[in-house]
Design a protein. Structure first.
Length: 281
């Protein structure tokens, strides 16, 4: 069989990135509207999830240190729904795999799976929330904002999703995922509005990465601005995503796939005629 010539192609479009991620995270927190909600001595829960963000430890550490500068007492809460086997031990191990532990952060890390219902959403469904977060005086999150692999909407992966699924623990995760795309796209925002109204959540750090998986932008989003600002950040994240630089191709070969790369366990490959693959939006 005769193969066509192969040419190495490399994308060289400039990618925005932060030169000093920790310093920008600190600046964002200290200058934010959310900081004015925090009073010295308050116990503040910092929700951290299971996704491997670039610079995760510097971002989380800078968040914790900035909160200490504000005179509050931060501690980390696992905000990852049913990941880590839906056990306290599994979630603690998952966070520790990113060095998000007491030794590196200098604050307690709690991973209890207990959740309580805080009300019902406009669908008449219960809304669940982490008991440790509920017991805090204030709650903030560290959340990567990015397009989801399974659906499109104004809120995909980000602060809103972490509030509902991450801090909803196993109950919140099971509830949303049992409804498939409808739950992810449509239920998450209505449940998030209940959470913003009835919990001590005050704001979240939105993290955007570029096509090279480097930290491109960080921004503290206050609770009052969440539902207007996150869709704007999602659009910004979408524009920075890596994409194939071709309008069409005959064959696409995937070197690696999986949950950490594409959001699915496998990809079904088949030959495509030239031009049958739509251009990236």
């Amino acid at each position: 069989m005769q193969f066509p010539e192969v040419q190495l192609v490399r994308q060289i479009a400039p990618q925005p990135s932060l030169a000093d991620v920790a310093a920008e995270v600190r600046r964002q927190w200290l200058a934010s509207k959310t900081a004015k909600r925090l009073k010295p001595g308050m116990k503040v829960a910092v929700g951290c999830g299971s996704r491997g963000l670039a610079n995760y430890l510097p971002i989380a550490k800078a968040t914790v240190d900035a909160l200490k500068e504000l005179g509050v007492k931060p501690f980390v809460v696992a905000a990852m729904g049913s990941h880590g086997g839906a056990t306290a031990e599994g979630q603690r191990e998952l966070l520790a795999s990113y060095d998000l532990d007491e030794a590196h952060l200098g604050v307690p890390v709690v991973t209890d799976m207990d959740a309580a219902t805080i009300g019902t959403n406009s669908w008449g469904e219960p809304v669940w929330w982490d008991k440790n977060a509920l017991a805090a005086d204030a709650v903030v999150t560290v959340s990567r904002v990015k397009p989801h692999t399974d659906f499109r909407g104004p809120f995909e992966s980000g602060i809103v999703k972490m509030l509902v699924i991450g801090l909803g623990k196993r109950h919140g995760a099971d509830q949303v995922h049992s409804l498939g795309t409808r739950g992810l796209r449509d239920m998450i925002p209505v449940s998030a509005r209940v959470i913003v109204e009835k919990t001590p959540f005050v704001g979240g750090l939105a993290v955007i990465e570029n096509a090279n998986e480097q930290t491109a932008h960080v921004e503290v989003v206050d609770r009052d601005d969440l539902f207007e600002r996150e869709p704007v950040l999602l659009q910004q994240a979408s524009q920075l995503m890596g994409r194939l630089p071709f309008a069409g191709m005959d064959v696409l070969i995937i070197g690696e796939s999986g949950k950490n790369y594409s959001g699915v366990a496998s990809i079904s490959m088949r030959p495509m005629t030239l031009g049958s693959m739509p251009a990236p939006e």
